[in-house]
Design a protein around this ligand. Structure first.
Ligand SMILES: [Zn+2]
Length: 192
């Protein structure tokens, strides 16, 4: 019974606390397939359900793998001011400049997307369809996370600006105003 409660707690917390939410991540991967060039669509479109469903795998393992957490965000304001051009784009250079502990503490999503890209490229070279689909579903997740505005700031929950709870609020807004496939309506209409 305890195990069941723990499992449900972790599952529900994972579902509610992070990123675009499971709903958003699935939508993003699903729509991304339709933006691919025709040559790639041939491979990806028949597996759109897999790519949609597995869009959320990286969030599901955040509690199981300690190093998973920093892969989903970057507190980029910790590295000076926009456009942050003193922050090295290569992992080894960034570690040499700031130390691995510091980099991990502030999130690693830009470098992790690079790592996933290398792995995906290798999977294509190996012609391993299973690996290509798994890595594609997951790189879609990390790229989507890198585009959550509050995943790129140390003030990710409004805690420094008297806006505590903005993370969850933002996700609710994304869900309610998500465009439909015809690009027009949303589940809740904004007040005009
Ligand atoms: Zn995530």
């Amino acid at each position: 019974m305890k195990k069941l409660i723990l499992f449900l707690s972790v599952t529900l917390i994972a579902k509610e606390c992070y990123c675009w939410g499971f709903f958003g991540h699935r939508k993003i991967n699903h729509h991304a397939v339709y933006l691919l060039p025709p040559e790639m669509m041939v491979l990806y479109k028949p597996h759109i359900d897999f790519l949609t469903e597995h869009a959320v795998d990286p969030d599901k393992r955040r509690y199981a793998i300690p190093e998973e957490g920093p892969r989903h965000y970057i507190d980029i304001d910790r590295y000076g001011k926009y456009p942050y051009d003193s922050l090295p784009s290569k992992w080894n250079d960034a570690v040499a400049k700031y130390s691995e502990d510091t980099i991990n503490a502030h999130g690693v999503v830009p470098w992790w997307v690079q790592t996933m890209l290398y792995r995906l490229t290798d999977a294509f070279k190996e012609k391993s369809q299973a690996k290509i689909l798994k890595l594609s579903a997951e790189i879609g997740h990390y790229i989507a996370d890198a585009h959550v505005p509050i995943h790129a700031s140390s003030n990710h929950n409004g805690q420094y600006t008297n806006q505590k709870g903005i993370h969850g609020f933002g996700k609710a807004v994304y869900r309610n105003y998500w465009p439909t496939s015809n690009g027009i309506s949303s589940s809740v209409k904004p007040n005009t």
